[in-house]
Design a protein around this ligand. Structure first.
Ligand SMILES: [Mg+2]
Length: 344
């Protein structure tokens, strides 16, 4: 009797293990009803609710934060973005309902975001761990196959790649002004013009493509005759990673660009500017944390970051491998460089 109940127990527990591991990799095909139509969404068990919402956004244009998802018998679990889909009893046979409206007033949407986002730096060991985790590599592979970067201008042979965030990096999206040019970071066009001599330039924002295009058009970045932008990327190109110390958050994996343009760009010739360090978590050696440009009206006359960073970009442009650099120390690099030149 004792031995038979033991064997039942052990077979049950191995069945659970087997089903949960296959669930996490398994593709789920879900039907989402919205506004009288049905949409088919393909996700995986190790995707989070946040990622499901991004896939739905691709199909419906309803921003993730505007979506309310309803599904039989799981209560309000779909309102927690960090829950993994493998933790929910989703079945292909049942339909999900989404409630939400397409954003017309995208500017209002921006203003609702918190002024200071909690940023953090992960310990080196954990950062390496996250980068090497098979589940994150898999997510990246999936994103590479799902998100096609549209080139506005061709990549140029022999150029390095500069990837730029928008909010607080190039533009103060929290302040208000009659003319958006008042909120543009000083020297933006001069910076882009100088960088373009050595770098192809892509813009990557954690907002929607509509907002990215609108913002870049308003600032005259897409029509400036002195430089060209290779591509615009939005929140749909991001992936969610799970960490032990910081839970689940979104990041901008440069691997998505490297996989789509391997003949042009690699970890050796790419640098990304962002005011949020956590966006670099999958490629920490390629990220430079820029001082956020906030309170534009007060800081417009004194902010020199883009002038100094132009110097840095040009100073490192001749190096064969940018990933050897410690971009945290970029200011010392240009100081030393200036000294070296003075002594030479
Ligand atoms: Mg930003």
């Amino acid at each position: 009797m004792a031995s038979s109940s033991f064997s039942t127990l052990s077979s049950t527990s191995s069945a659970i293990t087997a089903s949960s591991s296959s669930l996490s990799e398994e593709e789920l095909t879900l039907t989402v009803k919205w506004s009288g139509k049905e949409y088919t969404v393909r996700v995986c068990g190790d995707d989070s609710v946040a990622e499901l919402k991004r896939r739905i956004c691709e199909l419906t244009n309803v921003l993730p934060k505007r979506q309310k998802l309803l599904y039989p018998k799981i209560g309000n679990k779909l309102s927690d973005d960090s829950i993994l889909l493998s933790q929910l009893p989703l079945k292909s046979s049942l339909k999900m309902t989404m409630m939400g409206t397409v954003e017309d007033e995208i500017i209002v949407d921006q203003v609702e975001s918190p002024e200071v986002v909690d940023d953090f730096e992960l310990g080196q060991e954990e950062a390496v761990d996250i980068k090497d985790k098979e589940v994150n590599k898999q997510k990246l592979r999936r994103r590479v196959s799902q998100y096609k970067i549209k080139l506005r201008n061709p990549c140029r042979e022999g150029k390095k790649l500069l990837v730029l965030d928008i909010d607080y990096t190039l533009f103060d999206h929290r302040s208000t002004a009659e003319n958006p040019l008042e909120l543009m970071r000083p020297y933006l066009h001069e910076f882009l013009t100088a960088a373009y001599a050595e770098y192809d330039i892509m813009i990557w924002s954690a907002t929607s493509m509509k907002w990215v295009e609108l913002k870049m058009e308003e600032l005259g970045v897409l029509t400036n005759p002195n430089y060209k932008i290779m591509a615009l990327l939005d929140h749909l190109a991001m992936i969610t990673v799970q960490t032990d110390s910081r839970g689940i958050f979104d990041c901008k994996p440069l691997g998505l660009i490297w996989a789509q343009f391997p003949e042009f760009y690699s970890p050796k010739n790419t640098i990304m500017f962002d005011d949020l360090r956590r966006n670099f978590v999958l490629n920490p050696q390629n990220g430079l944390t820029i001082k956020p440009f906030r309170r534009a009206h007060a800081n417009r006359d004194s902010d020199q970051e883009l002038v100094k960073l132009t110097q840095y970009l040009l100073a490192i442009a001749d190096l064969d491998d940018l990933s050897n650099l410690d971009h945290n120390k970029w200011e010392f690099y240009i100081e030393d460089n200036t000294k070296r030149r003075r002594h030479a």
